[in-house]
Design a protein around this ligand. Structure first.
Ligand code: XCC
Ligand code: SF4
Length: 676
C-alpha cells in the first residue's frame, strides 16, 4: 500500500520543463538527465510548490506569538481608508517595512559577518600567527591604512620615513576589527563616499555608528511594539545598508585584496562544460575565499597532481559555483562551473568527485542529490553545517589551513575511482575575461599616468558611453534561469550603457559570452562598441562577488571625483539592477545602492505590493530624500528601458544630452544620409 501510494505520488508529481526553466542548454541537458535518473531539483520543486500569496505581498507578520497576522490586499483593492490591522494594531506599512528591514538585517549580517572573519584571518596573518596567509598587495595595504587613519610613515630625527609594513598591517587589522563593534564614533569608510553624499547621510541621521549595532538595532526596532512608523523603520534600514555597502562588504573586499591580491583582468571559461571527465573534479561553492584560496594553492602542487595521476586521473580540475567561484576566478583564473541554480546540476554530471561548500547560497538538497552519486559533499564552516548524514564536515581553521585543504583535496582524489553512474558533462562553456576592479577600470579607461577616470568620464560626456549600469544578483527559480539577466544586460549594452556586474549575474553573462572584448562588436551600440574595441575591454565588466558590489560604489565615487558629471553619485547617468534576485543580501545591496543615490530596479518580485503607501515611499519619496529610489519591473526589456530612461534624464540634467544626440546616428541613418 505504502509503495503504491509513493508510486502514485511520484507519477503525479509535476516536473519542470527544462526548456521553460532555463535558457542555458547545458542546464537544460542536466535537468532532463535529473528526470531520467529520478532525481528532484529546485526546478521541479518550484513547479509543485507555489509561493505564499500573502508573504509575497510583504504583509505577513510573525514577530510575536499572537500572530502570525496576515493582511492581504482585498481582491478589489482598497478604496478609502485602509483599515487593515494586526492584533496589536500594526498597519500594513509597519508590517511590510519591518519585514523589509529584517531582510536588510539578514543580508547585511551575512556580508558583514563574512567580512569580520576575513578581518580575523587578516589580523592573524599580520601578527604572523599563521604562515598560510601573508600580505600580498602592499599598495592596497597603504591605501586602506590611510582610509582607516593608520599612520603609514614615521618621523625619525625630523625625517619622515616609511613605517614598517608589518606594524601597519597589524594596526590596519585592529582598526578594521573595531569597525564592527566600536563604542563611539562613526563608520570610518563613510568618508570614502563623495563629500555631498556623506553630508546628506549626516543630515538624514543615517551615518552608521558601527556595523553590528545597526543590524542589532533593526532586530530591536522590529520587535513587537517598538518602531511603528515605516519612515523611521526605513531610516534604520538605510543606516544598516550603508554599514553593509560602505562597511562590512567594503572591508571584506579590501582585506581580501590585500591578503589574496587585487584582481586584474584574467582569461578563463564558464559553464558546466569546464568539468573534465578524465580529471578529479573539485567544485567549490559558497562565498569565502579564505578557504578556497588554500584549496587552489594545494590542488596546484606537484604532489597532489602526482597523487591524482597515481589514482588513474589525468589531473585535478577545480571549478566554482556562486561567489566563491567569482573570488577564485578573479584572482587565479579558476573557471566558473555555474550559477546559484546550477549547484545541483554540477553533481548530476556524475563527474563531481567532491563539492566543497562554505557559507551562503548552498542548497540543503545538495546532500540528497550527492546521495545519488559518489560525490562527497564537504561542509567546512562551523556556522554552516547540514543535518543529512552523508555530509562530511571538515572544519577549516586558518591556523592549519594548508593541512585542512590537503585533507579535502586528497579525499576528492581518493573518490575519483568510485564514480559509478555514467558520467555526462555537457559540452557548453564560454571563454571569458574577468577580474576587473576600481584599479583596472582606471588603468584601461583612464590611462595609468592620469591616475583617474578621465577617459571614462570623457566618453560618457561625449556620449559614446550613454551611462553606467550596475547589474548584479542572484538567480531565482521563480523565473527562467538567466533569461532576465541576459535580456537586461543585452538591452543595456545595445543602447551604449556599459555594464558593471558581480555575483550570479556575472556568471550568467560569462556563460552567454558577454565577458569577452569580441562581444562588443556583436551586441553593443556603436558608441560603446567603439570604446570597447579601442581599449580592448568587454562591454560587461566582471567586478567580483557579492561583497565586491562595494567595488561598484567606489568606482562610482571615482567617476564623481574625475569631474564633469556632477557632484554626487546621484548626479551620474547610472542605474542599478538585480533582474533575478532572491537573497536577503540582494535587498541589502539594493538598498545601499538606493541610499548611495542610485535608481535601482529589481526583477521577479518585491515584497511590498500589499502595502501601497510603503511601496510609494520606497519607489517615489525616497528619491527626494536620497536621490536614489527602488523600482520593480518584471519584464526584462522594459526593466532595462526604465534604467536607460533614468540615465537619459540624468544626462539631460547634466546638460550632456546634446552631445549624445550627435553620436546617435546609427548605421541605417548613415546610409540614408549617404543616399541623399
Ligand atoms: Fe548567492 Fe553570491 Fe545571489 Fe548568487 S548573487 S545567488 S547571493 S551567490 Ni551575489
Ligand atoms: Fe500580529 Fe502585531 Fe504580533 Fe505582528 S507583532 S504578529 S502584527 S500582533
Amino acid at each position: 500500500m505504502v509503495i503504491e501510494k509513493e508510486k502514485k505520488e511520484k507519477s503525479a508529481r509535476k516536473l519542470a520543463n527544462s526548456l521553460e526553466a532555463t535558457i542555458d542548454v547545458a542546464s537544460q541537458r542536466m535537468i532532463d538527465r535529473s528526470h531520467e535518473l529520478g532525481i528532484e531539483t529546485a526546478f521541479d520543486r518550484a513547479v509543485t510548490m507555489k509561493p505564499c500569496n500573502i508573504g509575497t505581498q510583504g504583509i505577513c507578520c510573525k514577530n510575536c506569538g499572537m500572530g502570525p497576522c496576515r493582511l492581504p490586499m482585498p481582491k478589489g483593492g482598497i478604496e478609502g481608508e485602509d483599515t487593515r490591522k494586526g492584533i496589536c494594531g500594526a498597519t500594513p506599512n509597519t508590517i511590510a517595512a519591518r519585514n523589509f528591514i529584517r531582510m536588510i538585517a539578514g543580508g547585511a549580517a551575512a556580508h558583514s559577518d563574512h567580512g569580520r572573519s576575513v578581518a580575523e584571518v587578516f589580523l592573524s596573518a599580520a601578527r604572523k600567527e599563521t604562515d598560510a596567509y601573508r600580505i600580498k598587495d602592499e599598495r592596497k595595504l597603504i591605501e586602506v591604512a590611510k582610509c582607516l587613519g593608520v599612520d603609514t610613515t614615521v618621523e625619525v630625527d625630523g625625517v619622515e620615513l616609511d613605517r614598517d609594513r608589518d606594524e601597519i598591517a597589524v594596526e590596519v587589522g585592529e582598526k578594521a576589527m573595531n569597525e564592527w563593534g566600536k563604542a563611539e564614533g562613526e563608520l570610518l569608510y563613510a568618508k570614502r563616499a563623495p563629500k555631498p553624499r556623506y553630508e546628506l547621510w549626516k543630515k538624514q541621521g543615517v551615518l552608521p555608528r558601527n556595523i553590528d549595532r545597526e543590524i542589532v538595532e533593526i532586530m530591536h526596532r522590529t520587535h513587537i511594539g517598538v518602531d511603528q512608523d515605516y519612515r523611521n523603520l526605513m531610516k534604520q534600514g538605510t543606516r544598516a545598508a550603508i554599514a553593509d555597502g560602505w562597511g562590512g562588504s567594503m572591508l571584506a573586499t579590501d582585506l581580501q585584496d590585500i591578503l589574496f591580491g587585487t584582481p586584474y583582468p584574467i582569461a578563463s571559461e564558464a559553464n558546466l562544460g569546464v568539468m573534465k571527465e578524465d580529471q578529479v573534479n573539485i567544485v567549490i561553492h559558497g562565498h569565502e575565499p579564505v578557504l578556497s584560496e588554500m584549496i587552489v594553492a594545494v590542488a596546484q602542487t606537484r604532489e597532489m597532481h602526482d597523487y591524482a595521476v597515481s589514482k588513474g586521473a589525468k589531473g585535478i580540475q577545480l571549478s566554482g559555483i556562486c561567489c566563491t567561484a567569482n573570488e577564485i576566478l578573479q584572482r587565479h583564473g579558476v573557471p566558473l562551473c555555474g550559477t546559484f541554480l546550477q549547484q545541483e546540476l554540477a553533481i548530476i554530471t556524475g563527474a563531481c568527485d567532491a563539492m566543497v561548500v562554505d557559507i551562503q547560497c548552498i542548497f540543503q538538497n545538495l546532500a540528497n542529490v550527492a546521495k545519488c552519486f559518489h560525490t562527497k559533499l564537504i561542509t567546512t564552516h562551523p556556522i554552516a553545517r547540514m543535518e543529512q548524514d552523508n555530509v562530511m564536515h571538515i572544519e577549516f581553521d586558518e591556523h592549519h589551513a594548508l593541512e585542512d585543504s590537503r585533507k579535502i583535496v586528497k579525499l576528492a582524489i581518493d573518490n575519483f575511482e568510485n564514480r559509478s553512474a555514467e558520467v555526462m558533462i555537457p559540452k557548453q562553456k564560454s571563454p571569458i575575461v574577468a577580474g576587473f576592479g576600481v584599479e583596472s577600470v582606471q588603468y584601461h579607461l583612464g590611462g595609468s599616468f592620469r591616475g583617474s577616470y578621465y577617459t571614462l568620464n570623457d566618453n560618457i560626456i561625449n556620449g559614446r558611453i550613454r551611462g553606467i549600469g550596475g547589474v548584479v544578483g542572484c538567480n531565482n527559480v521563480r523565473t527562467k534561469h538567466n533569461d532576465g539577466h541576459i535580456r537586461v544586460v543585452k538591452e543595456l549594452i545595445k543602447n551604449d550603457v556599459i555594464v558593471l556586474t558581480t555575483g550570479c549575474n556575472a556568471i550568467a553573462c560569462a556563460m552567454e559570452g558577454l565577458l569577452t572584448p569580441e562581444s562588443a562588436r556583436v551586441f553593443c551600440g556603436p558608441g560603446l562598441a567603439e570604446v570597447c574595441e579601442t581599449v580592448g575591454i568587454p562591454p560587461v565588466l566582471h567586478l567580483g562577488s557579492c561583497v565586491d558590489n562595494s567595488r561598484i560604489l567606489l568606482a562610482a565615487a571615482e567617476v564623481v571625483k574625475a569631474g564633469g558629471l556632477g557632484e554626487d553619485i546621484s548626479d551620474l547617468p547610472a542605474a542599478g539592477s538585480a533582474p533575478e534576485w532572491m537573497s536577503e543580501k540582494a535587498i541589502s545591496i539594493g538598498h545601499y545602492f538606493v541610499a548611495s543615490g542610485v535608481y535601482t530596479v529589481f526583477g521577479v518580485t518585491l515584497p511590498v505590493s500589499g502595502a501601497p503607501v510603503f511601496r510609494k515611499y520606497l519607489f517615489e519619496e525616497f528619491e527626494k530624500l536620497y536621490g536614489g529610489m527602488w523600482d520593480l519591473e518584471i519584464d526584462p526589456v522594459e526593466h532595462a528601458r526604465k534604467m536607460i530612461a533614468h540615465i537619459d534624464q540624468k544626462r539631460q540634467a547634466l546638460g550632456i544630452d546634446k552631445a549624445r544626440e550627435r553620436v546617435m546616428v546609427d548605421m541605417a541613418a548613415r546610409r540614408e544620409l549617404a543616399a541623399v
